[in-house]
Design a protein around this ligand. Structure first.
Ligand SMILES: *[C@@H]1O[C@H](CO)[C@@H](O)[C@H](O)[C@H]1NC(C)=O
Ligand SMILES: *[C@@H]1O[C@H](CO)[C@@H](O)[C@H](O)[C@H]1NC(C)=O
Ligand SMILES: *[C@@H]1O[C@H](CO)[C@@H](O)[C@H](O)[C@H]1NC(C)=O
Ligand SMILES: *[C@@H]1O[C@H](CO)[C@@H](O)[C@H](O)[C@H]1NC(C)=O
Length: 468
C-alpha cells in the first residue's frame, strides 16, 4: 500500500509537471524585444478590452519575477500625469528589467529591477495614454472615477488571461498622480471584495512614491523646495509665502489665487527657468534637439550625470517608436495616427479631480488592515517630501495611530538610504536619499531595497550591518 502510494505519487507529480504549462496567453508572449540581452524570465504584452462597444482597450506589459515567479507576489505599477505611460516610465526607465541603451535601438539590463522581488504589471491608463486607445473619441474625456472603473474592469479581465495570478498576493504601487489612481483603484477593489461571494483580490499592500495627495498642501511644498534650494530669490519666496493662500488653489491656470500670488508664481517659474529638470533638479539637463540628432545619426546619446543617463527618456522615446519594437510588444494594433509619447497630448483629463483629497481614501484602506507606504525621493521639486511627510503625520493623527518606528535613518549598503517613520504598525513614511520624482531612476539600488522590504513585510533596517 505504502509503495503503491509512493509510486502513485511519483506518477502524479510527473503528470503535474506535464500539464504545468501555465494558462498564460500564448499570443501575448513577448519572445524577444529588439536588441534585448538574453534573460531567464518571461514577458507578456498586449491589450485588454475594457469596453467592447465603445472600442476601449488598455495596453499592458507584464514581466515575470527574475527567479521563482510562481512564489513571488504580483505588483501593479502605475505612473501618473495624469496621462503618462507606465510602460515608458515605470517599465523602461525606472523599475523594469530593461533600460534603453544610448543608441535608442537596443536594451540593457537593469540589475536593480523590482522583478527581483515580484512579478510586475504595467498598464497604460487611462485610454489615450501610450498604446491604450478608444475608438470613441469622447472617451478621451476622463477623470479619476472613470479611470478607476476602467482599471477595475481591466484587473478582472486580465485575471482571466492569467488565472494563476488571480489570487496571488497583490501589491498596488505607483508614483505622482498615481497618488490618486492607486488609492482610488484599491477602494474599488475593496468594494468588489465586500460584495463578491466568489473571487476576491488578495490585496497585501499599497505603496506610492512622491504622490499627489492634497493639492492645497503639495503645491506650496513645490515653492518651498524652490526657495530652499536657491532656485528663486528671497523676495519671490517671501512673496509666495505671504501672498498665496493655497487653500483654494486649483490645477487650471490662473489657479484661483489672488493676482499678486499668480504674479509671484509666474515670476518663480520664470527664474527656475527651462534648463533644469524639475523632476530631478540635481541632475544635469538633457538637450532634446541634440539627442534627437545623435540618435538619427546612430550615435550614443548617453549623458551620465551623478551615475545616471539623463538622456534615457529620449532614448526610450526613440526605441518605443520603432516599428519592430511595437510589433514585438503586440502594441499599436489599430495603427494609431500619432506617435507614442511619454505623456498624452490627446487625453482631456478633468483637472478639478486633482483637488480631491486622498487622505480619507487612504484612511479607509488602512482601516482594512492593509499596510500603506508613502515614499519620497528627497530631491523632488514636483511633489516634495515637505508636503507628503506632513500629510502622512496628519493621517496618522486622524487614525489615532501611535509612532511605531521613531523618525530616523534607514540603511542600505552601510550608508543612509533615507529616513523613515512608521505609525500604528501599518502606515510608513520613508524618504529615499538622493532620489527625485522618479525614485527608482536616480537611486535604483536604494529603491529596490525599499520595495523588497515593502513586499516582504519587513521594516527598513535602522542600523548598519555590521556596525561601523
Ligand atoms: C476599434 O476599431 C478597429 C478598426 O478601426 C477594430 O479593429 C477594433 O476591433 C475596434 N475595437 C477595439 C476594442 O479595438
Ligand atoms: C476659488 O476661491 C474662492 C475663495 O478665494 C472659493 O470660494 C471658491 O470656491 C474657489 N473656487 C474653486 C473652483 O475652488
Ligand atoms: C502606430 O503605428 C503607426 C503606423 O505604423 C505609426 O505611424 C504610429 O506612430 C504608431 N503610433 C503609436 C502610438 O505607437
Ligand atoms: C530600530 O527599530 C526598532 C523597532 O523596529 C526599535 O526597537 C529600535 O530601538 C530601533 N533602533 C534604533 C537604533 O533606532
Amino acid at each position: 500500500m505504502g509503495r503503491w502510494n509512493e509510486f502513485g505519487g511519483v506518477l502524479l507529480s510527473i503528470a503535474l509537471v506535464g500539464v504545468a504549462v501555465k494558462g498564460y496567453p500564448a499570443e501575448d508572449m513577448v519572445v524577444k524585444l529588439p536588441g534585448q540581452p538574453p534573460v531567464g524570465f518571461k514577458q507578456y504584452a498586449g491589450y485588454v478590452d475594457v469596453d467592447v462597444n465603445a472600442g476601449r482597450s488598455l495596453f499592458y506589459y507584464f514581466v515575470e519575477a527574475d527567479k521563482d515567479p510562481d512564489n513571488k507576489p504580483l505588483t501593479l505599477w502605475l505612473n501618473g500625469g495624469p496621462g503618462c505611460s507606465s510602460v515608458g516610465g515605470g517599465a523602461f526607465t525606472e523599475l523594469g528589467p530593461f533600460y534603453p541603451r544610448g543608441d535608442g535601438r537596443s536594451l540593457r539590463r537593469n540589475s536593480m529591477s523590482w522583478n527581483r522581488a515580484s512579478n510586475l504589471l504595467f498598464v497604460e491608463s487611462p485610454v489615450g495614454v501610450g498604446w491604450s486607445y478608444s475608438n470613441t473619441s469622447s472617451d478621451l474625456d476622463r477623470g479619476d472615477a472613470s479611470t478607476a472603473k476602467d482599471m477595475y474592469i481591466f484587473m478582472m479581465k486580465w485575471n482571466e488571461k492569467f488565472p494563476e495570478l488571480k489570487t496571488r498576493e497583490l501589491f498596488l504601487t505607483g508614483e505622482s498622480y498615481a497618488g490618486h489612481y492607486i488609492p482610488q483603484l484599491t477602494d474599488v477593489l475593496l468594494d468588489h471584495n465586500a460584495h463578491s461571494s466568489g473571487f476576491k483580490f488578495n490585496i497585501k499592500g499599497v505603496a506610492i512614491g512622491n504622490p499627489l495627495l492634497r493639492l492645497d498642501r503639495d503645491v506650496p511644498a513645490t515653492y518651498e523646495f524652490f526657495w530652499s534650494h536657491g532656485m528663486i530669490s528671497d523676495e519671490i519666496g517671501l512673496t509666495l509665502m505671504n501672498e498665496c493662500d493655497f487653500d483654494d488653489y486649483i490645477l487650471d491656470s490662473p489657479h484661483n489665487v489672488s493676482k499678486s500670488c499668480f504674479k509671484a508664481i509666474a515670476e518663480a517659474n520664470g527664474i527656475v527657468g527651462g534648463y533644469v529638470n524639475n523632476y530631478d533638479v540635481i541632475l544635469d539637463y538633457c538637450y532634446p534637439s541634440i539627442v534627437e540628432q545623435e540618435l538619427r545619426m546612430r550615435k550614443m546619446a548617453t549623458k551620465i550625470s551623478i551615475g545616471v543617463d539623463v538622456c534615457m527618456s529620449l532614448e526610450r522615446l526613440f526605441y518605443l517608436n520603432l516599428h519592430e519594437v511595437q510589433m514585438a510588444l503586440h502594441a499599436n494594433r489599430t495603427k494609431l495616427p500619432y506617435p507614442w509619447s511619454m505623456c498624452s497630448e490627446r487625453l482631456r483629463y478633468n483637472d478639478m479631480d486633482a483637488s480631491i483629497n486622498m487622505l480619507p481614501v487612504l484612511k479607509k484602506i488602512i482601516q482594512h488592515g492593509i499596510p500603506v507606504w508613502i515614499f519620497s525621493g528627497d530631491q523632488d521639486a514636483i511633489v516634495p517630501l515637505l508636503g507628503s511627510r506632513t500629510l502622512v503625520r496628519e493621517l496618522a493623527h486622524d487614525l489615532k495611530f501611535k509612532i511605531t518606528v521613531p523618525y530616523g535613518a534607514w540603511f542600505h549598503k552601510h550608508q543612509v538610504g533615507g529616513w523613515v517613520t512608521e505609525y500604528g504598525n501599518l502606515l510608513t513614511f520613508a524618504t529615499v536619499r538622493g532620489a527625485a520624482h522618479m525614485v527608482p531612476f536616480a537611486q535604483p539600488s536604494r529603491a529596490l531595497h525599499l520595495f523588497s522590504s515593502f513586499v516582504n513585510g519587513r521594516r527598513l533596517p535602522n542600523t548598519t550591518h555590521p556596525p561601523v
